[in-house]
Design a protein around this ligand. Structure first.
Ligand SMILES: *Cc1c(COP(=O)(O)O)cnc(C)c1O
Length: 696
């Protein structure tokens, strides 16, 4: 998420909750009927769309890609609690006497069991609809469908008188109103706002546009409301056509440049919304015995203020009590300074794509060395484990032991050299050790522990392994009583090459490997699992008859050089924050060595990430860029150990605390790890495996 700053939005939720109280108490009724109508039936109508927009905005990512299960569960739970809270009033009002399964369902799903509770089923149904429509029709198609639903809702609401003049429409709405009280309930009102909230997350109009838009659409809405009312067209007055641009502009105006995050206010406004009808009832219940009916009920202004006060006190109490009960839990992590985000769905997707390229009986061995190429080994391994990956490869003993301690019970192969003194640890954790050469095998054997091994065969890379033609050496390993040879493998060192020479060399490597395998079989050795391909091998030579394929870089949706296959999805995003923004006048310099001189007056932002977090220092000199508010900004000056500078002159809204994306997407823009690596003149593997952002 690019815009996590939302304090102003949270404040406005409270305003909206108060507006809803106004709708339910008519504060100006005893002053002026007209003024009250305008306040409660026009102005206050922005409240609910605002809630919908905020929900859509903050669930955008989940709506588009992942599940919305968690949001739905939370909403359903809240709704259930609210139903219980109002059950006594339902009982008191006798509304449960002649209830049938059908009316119960209607109340639960459409109208809400109490007059204001329609909001919860509307959000739940709305989220499900937008998600479902997005899957079915794509994001844009879902928007079009939401517009149509909104128009149908509008026709049953303030535009009713006009809509029913169309042939057949009257009967349609009669049927509709036999199952729901209002068209704002259920499926017509919420989807459009939820969808638009998602769009705003991608692109937000700037403040000037939003302000002018609000002014114009506000006037339009006033005119629309007055005309519809005096024309006797309204059936209800919950929805207007111009409410759409009004809510959009208002939300954008508030969301722009908003800082911080007030969860307490968010909870407060929710509780306020849920409990205020109870306060209205209690106020009326107390007013008569106290002899204050005239003041507390009939004076609409006092009545409204009393309900606000009672509801606010109660809500504040609930929020504080909630905070207290949560004190026992560990404190939430401090706002991160620089951090990695993992797209677990993408990781699982990549594993599936690679697995599907391989023959049925060839299993994926996920290479999670070097902290899973900088992605975080524990997280990556657990995700893949849950997706059914049954073998992992690491570079070192330490990496392997750590995985075991983190609960990875699957096969773990150590690809690098492990000194023979560690044989006991290898045996203890049931790890598979690579035999680096004959002396290594003999030393491990001499240690005297039962060690599982795969023998590396040198087919031409000349890094590790016993030469493919040295059959007698290989046989000596098989003869070691403590070593359990469970597999043979080799490594293709030019599998990603396009030159005819590279391809020839690779084919030669493959041929020699299988010749050796055959020779050992001929001598009655059990060769066990065979593996040859790494990522490039899987993509270019998928058909080899092996038991495993060792996927590293491709698993992370990357390619060593350039951009990966487009069936693979990048897993990692790297983000930091703006620490400070300042103006640098023409001719002034910035950063170490005064390496950057401002050609004109520039706005320069300091960002909370540096070379000690893994950003190569040379990135600055090779037109390195970052994303801020969905736009690209150039890195200027030298990259420091913990910070770097970017030119944000063209992003005037850029402000302290803003999220800065170094790798990943922000809005429609994306910087890939491949792009960054290419500019740094290193391969992607080197770039990502060095990332180690300090979170705070
Ligand atoms: C690192 C490594 C791999 C994984 O390579 P990728 O190109 O990242 O898939 C496979 N095998 C060995 C021996 C390795 O060292």
């Amino acid at each position: 998420m690019s815009h996590t700053n939302q304090a102003r939005l949270d404040w406005f939720r409270v305003v909206c909750a108060v507006l809803v109280i106004a709708i339910h108490t008519s504060p100006l009724a005893s002053v002026s009927k007209e003024a009250d109508w305008f306040l409660t039936r026009v102005i206050a109508r922005v409240a609910v769309p605002f809630f919908f927009l905020a929900t859509g905005y903050f669930s955008q990512e989940r709506l588009r890609q992942a599940g919305i299960g968690k949001s739905l569960r939370k909403l359903a739970l809240l709704y259930a609690a609210a139903i219980l809270l109002y059950l006594p009033l339902n009982l008191y009002a006798g509304s449960l006497h002649n209830i049938s399964p059908w009316t119960l369902l209607q109340d639960l799903l459409l109208d809400g069991t109490f007059y204001h509770l329609w909001y919860f089923p509307a959000v739940i149904i709305g989220l499900l609809l937008v998600r479902g429509l997005t899957r079915l029709l794509g994001w844009k198609g879902a928007g079009a469908a939401a517009v149509i639903l909104y128009l149908i809702g509008l026709g049953g609401d303030s535009w009713y008188g006009l809509a029913v003049r169309l042939p057949g429409i009257g009967r349609f709405y009669t049927a509709l109103f036999s199952v729901m009280d209002y068209t704002r309930n259920g499926l017509f009102f919420a989807p459009l706002y939820l969808w638009m909230g998602g769009c705003l997350h991608e692109r937000m109009p700037d403040r000037g546009t939003a302000a002018v838009g609000l002014l114009l659409s506000g006037c339009a809405m006033a005119a629309e409301a007055v005309l519809l009312r005096h024309g006797g067209i309204c059936r209800f007055d919950s929805m207007y056509l111009s409410l759409v641009p009004v809510s959009l502009c208002l939300f954008s105006l508030l969301a722009a440049d908003s800082h911080g995050d007030r969860k307490d206010l968010r909870r407060f406004s929710l509780v306020l919304y849920v409990i205020h009808p109870w306060c209205i009832v209690v106020l009326r219940f107390l007013a008569r015995p106290l002899g204050l009916w005239g003041l507390l009920v009939e004076n609409s202004v006092v009545s409204f203020l009393c309900v606000c006060l009672m509801s606010s006190l109660l809500s504040a109490f609930v929020v504080l009590a909630l905070q207290r009960t949560r004190k026992g839990a560990p404190p939430p992590p401090a706002p991160a300074r620089a951090w990695l985000e993992l797209d677990r769905d993408a990781l699982i997707h990549n594993a599936k794509v690679l697995q599907e390229k391989l023959p049925k009986d060839c299993k994926l061995m996920a290479v999670v060395k070097a902290n899973a190429y900088g992605h975080g080994a524990a997280d990556v391994a657990r995700t893949l484990q849950s997706a059914g990956v049954s073998a992992f490869a690491v570079a070192t003993l330490g990496e392997a032991v750590k995985l075991r301690q983190q609960g990875i019970r699957e096969e773990i192969l150590i690809l690098g050299y492990t000194p023979p003194e560690e044989a006991e640890t290898l045996a203890h954790y049931g790890l598979i050790q690579t035999v680096a050469d004959l002396p290594h095998a003999l030393a491990l054997e001499a240690a005297g522990y039962p060690v599982r091994v795969h023998i590396a065969i040198d087919t031409g890379m000349h890094r590790l392994g016993i030469a493919w033609s040295a059959l007698d050496e290989l046989e000596q390993v098989y003869a070691c009583p403590h070593l359990r040879v469970e597999g043979l493998f080799s490594h293709l060192c030019t599998a990603d090459g396009d030159e005819a020479e590279d391809i020839l060399f690779t084919k030669e490597q493959i041929k020699h490997f299988f010749e050796t395998v055959q020779a050992l079989k001929d001598r009655e050795h059990c060769v066990g699992e065979l593996h040859l391909q790494a990522s490039a091998g899987i993509l270019r030579y998928p058909e080899l008859p092996c038991g495993y394929a060792r996927a590293g870089i491709a698993l992370y949706g990357l390619s060593s050089r350039g951009e990966p296959e487009d069936t693979l999805r990048p897993v990692l995003s790297l983000r930091a924050r703006i620490a400070s923004v300042r103006t640098v006048e023409a001719g002034e310099c910035a950063g170490y060595g005064r390496a950057y001189a401002a050609p004109t007056t520039r706005r320069i932002a300091a960002v909370t990430i540096g070379y000690a977090d893994g950003i190569p220092g040379v990135y600055a000199g090779h037109s390195g860029q970052v994303l801020i508010r969905g736009r690209r900004a150039e890195i200027v000056g030298r990259i420091c150990m913990d910070q770097l500078l970017v030119d944000v002159t063209d992003i005037p809204e850029a402000a302290q605390g803003d999220t800065v994306t170094l790798i990943g997407a922000d809005g429609a823009e994306r910087i890939t790890a491949g792009e960054m690596a290419e500019k740094c003149r290193i391969i992607t593997n080197e770039l990502v495996s060095r990332l180690y952002p300090r979170a705070r």
